[in-house]
Ligand binder design. Structure first.
Ligand SMILES: [Cu+2]
Length: 182
């Protein structure tokens, strides 16, 4: 009778753990971030190369592995300094003196669910970037917030620990019963 109960409990813990893991795996697919807009907009013509490129996502990407290349017409990367993420806005400074012409922006960021996402867009600038580089100010601002994936994983781990602790108590009780029976 007690053995059956223990077996049932062990199975419950296993089911619970598997369920917790599938929540962890299922949640990310729904939370995959999407690029909502860019500045300059894809395919647009602007009077001059802007001093920074802006990307707006529907969620705040994680502050890891972000790369934004700003390639001029010759394929030279005119990006200046690191990518800056503030809320759902991702910014890349452009080198002062970046020439006029067609640009291709190649971006890659870590979605808030941890998946890498990437894309490209283009714009054409009538003249070069004459402004001072804002990269020093941009680099000071870091990414903030706790990634949702970390919270979910923490919750799953807590469920697992509670389940294992419960199982250990049952096993101990069962051992004590076995001893008193003997
Ligand atoms: Cu995803």
């Amino acid at each position: 009778m007690l053995e059956n109960l223990l077996r049932w409990f062990q199975r419950s813990v296993l089911v619970l753990a598997v369920a917790a893991c599938s929540v962890v795996l299922a949640a990310p697919a729904q939370a995959h971030d999407v690029l909502e807009s860019s500045d300059p907009a894809n395919g647009s013509s602007v009077p001059a190369v802007p001093s920074r490129i802006g990307l707006t996502f529907d969620h705040t990407p994680m502050g890891i592995g972000s790369v934004i290349q700003v390639q001029d017409g010759t394929g030279t990367d005119q990006a200046d300094g690191a990518v800056t993420i503030v809320d759902n806005h991702v910014t890349q400074a452009v080198k002062a003196g970046a020439p006029a012409g067609k640009y291709t922006v190649i971006w890659r960021v870590a979605s808030s669910d941890g998946h890498p996402i990437e894309g490209t867009f283009t714009f054409t600038a009538g003249s070069g970037n004459s402004g001072a580089s804002p990269s020093a100010a941009g680099a000071a601002a870091g990414a903030g917030g706790t990634p949702a994936g970390v919270i979910i994983a923490g919750g799953a781990a807590a469920v697992l620990v509670i389940g294992l602790a419960g199982g250990a108590v049952l096993v101990r009780r069962r051992l004590r019963n076995t001893e008193s029976d003997a």
